[in-house]
Design a protein around this ligand. Sequence first.
Ligand code: PEP
Ligand code: MG
Length: 923
Amino acid sequence: MTPHVASQKNVYRFIAGKADGHGAMKDLLGGKGAGLAEMTAAGLPVPPGFTITTAVCHRYYAAGNQLPADVWEESCAALREVEAAVGKTFGDATNPLLVSVRSGAKFSMPGMMDTVLNLGLNHTTAQGLIQQTNNERFARDAHRRFIQMFGRIVLGVPGERFDHALETLKAERGIRQDIELTAADLQQLVAQFEAIVERETGNPFPYDPYEQLRLAICAVFNSWYGKRAVDYRRLNKIPDDLGTAVNVVAMVFGNMGDDSGTGVAFTRNPSTGEPVLFGEYLPNAQGEDVVAGIRTPQKLEALRETMPDVYAQFCEVAARLERHYRDAQDLEFTIERGKLWMLQTRNAKRTGAAAVKIAVDLVQEGIISPEEAVLRVEPNHLDQLLHPMVDPKADITLLGKGLPASPGAAAGAVVFDPDVAEKRAQSGERVILVRAETSPEDFHGMVAAQGILTARGGLTSHAAVVARGMGKPCIAGCGELILDATGMRLGGQTLAEGDFITLDGTTGRILLGDVPLVSPEIGAEFETFMRWVDDARKMRVRTNADTPHDARVARSFGAEGIGLCRTEHMFFEGERIDSVRQMIMVSGTYQRLIAALDKVAGDLERLRGDAQKVSALEAERAALEAELETPARLFRGALEALLPMQRADFVGIFEAMDGFPVTIRLLDPPLHEFLPHTDEEIAALAAKLNLSVQDVQSRVAALREHNPMLGHRGCRLGIAYPEITEMQVRAIFEAAVEVARRGITVLPEVMIPLVGDVNELRAQEAIVRRVADEVQQAAGVMIPYLVGTMIELPRAALTADKIATVAEFFSFGTNDLTQTTFGFSRDDAGTFLPMYVERKILADDPFQVLDREGVGELLRIGTQKGRAARPTLKVGICGEHGGEPSSVAFCHELGFDYVSCSPYRVPIARLAAAQAALRQPRA
Ligand code: PEP
Ligand code: MG
């Protein structure tokens, strides 16, 4: 780790209205520490405490997991001041101070790191706590909870050991609820738990509160590199080198009776964005009970009945914090004997739909500007707005209902174990993780699942919070759900692992089977929001679409043209493949004969004076012409059959994109992709085309390539078979003429793929212009059009100045450019790239996130050289990166005219382009 912030001060206090830090110091104090400092300074009721900085975390690791002596001294000094503020003493036999020790990184990682509560208890201080509170049962309970938590988190004792002892005692007493245990029972548990610790660790439970504190601080630092935390950071792209802070805070107790309690609240509904205080509350409980989802909490409004003054105070504090932070907040609070304490505030995590609604509402409430609103929504979050929901027309069997914890719908096979979920998902299955409740240990299974269902827990339980963050449907607290060794029982049905259910996280319905899903409708706020997005962005956003249907979908998502129409995809549809195959089967013979005829013609020219040779050559020519007749008929016939089909597709696409440019790429893939592979397929094709099986086999063999991605594809095909280029260009312009006559504005851009040398482009461009002119002349209709190329080979980028003398536009094909720059095969790199990312050889999969350093450099060079040679050159991108937010931002930085991506990613690209423009105005 490298320290991000150089600082002398290791410990920042927040005590009695005074704070050393403030809300903007998240790097150093973590989100929680910064929030506590800010709230304290704002005069809100915050229990006193101090934050050990993230810089110490770096020092801790640098020192080989040792807490530096100066940090310990500063911590003890701060603890003295906390003691003074609350009038209690740490370790004191009559009036002991207890503290919580909590993690807190710059970015919130809910439940991913460790927390210890009630620290400072031992047999002596427990007596003091009894005196202080006059409540022996409470003190014994706090003590046994502390040993349990400290034992598990700090000393690494398996939690089940404690659970087992607890359950055994409850069984012996014939009771079901923890709350029914007496003070004497709890005291017995304290002794049992201490014995468990000694047995498991070989050492007695640490008695000295200072030793407890030191060990707990170290444990929080250690948890930064715990598996859960590392997994979470990987998923959320949080850098490992941020480190965590540690917060040591005077304990306040929510479990001191019915005038105490604890809760979590959001200043606005985090699922829908509705501007109403939304939260949950557990009377007579400690914070961990809410977060862990062990008991199902009450609605926050219940407080209005039981403690109206505290409720009113809380509402005021919530409103104040939202105004202060100018964003929806997620609050944690505890009420101790009727007094409200704020334990945390942070910007609330929210669904995509809520993010958009909150941003729009905050603008309308005059709190933020439209530009700030645009920056408030994560581009990838928009994905959720476009998420599927249960088809309202589908036949459904309702199994049961739970709490609608995270919206969207998903179907999958039920699994009851996170490891199984991970394994099944890896083999390509859709799974739904079903658990009694989830805990951070289940995280990998939640990542793997399409959706999550739990029997217990509320809307702020672990399952709910984590699923919402991941944008996955989740239903929590489904009380009727019974889980046992055979599987699950719900709604009178018994389901075993592998049986299908569908979750509707928006309504909380659990449905039997694999129910069909549909795309969602988009709300009015979305339109408003996207208007601001479009006002802010400088780049155009086009789509990659090959059919009129996709083009229409994309246009409804705001696409401003087509950046890539892969014409080969049209060749696969329906019967068309037959014509393509016919063309390929005869193309070899056809070409050989054409070449032979060319040679004869040349010889005839050369040997004109030699009558004898001339007559032999003419005989040869006649024979060749006779031989050519059939292949030529078949070859041209196939192209003639394809022409009207392609033309009809182009007509549909031009109609859908009326007024917008449409970039059509000429045929790209290697020919053998169209040919049959198995013996049966080969025999069937031979029968269809009236050829021998052997003929088909030898043609298939002749076209086989060792590395087809680098083989006879792209413009290399059009150069070898100019007839294909001619046919495609004819189809484009005949379609253009047809729609232009109907008043549609058509702007075709003909794109030549996989060019590495300007001469390749020149040869193809000549054909394009010739055929385009022929069609326009014949029709008497002129169509404005461009001819350009894809830049998808390093050589093309490096010689872009030459290429731009011919090309009127560049479209960076970053899929192939990534492949050829890294020398990774697009088809096979998936076998080792995850390992590369895992081991941090590469930060990201470069086929997903554009590699700025290498591939990006080629984009920069290509754009610069291209524009130097042709200042009006249009530049765009059409590889998969065109819909990936950070890659879109890079394209903005390079001054691209547009990005192009798949239809469903168009809104994401629009937002990413807008944010890039707001963050980095370009020249
Ligand atoms: C590319 O290579 O980036 C590209 C868009 O073309 P394709 O994916 O069709 O090769
Ligand atoms: Mg390509």
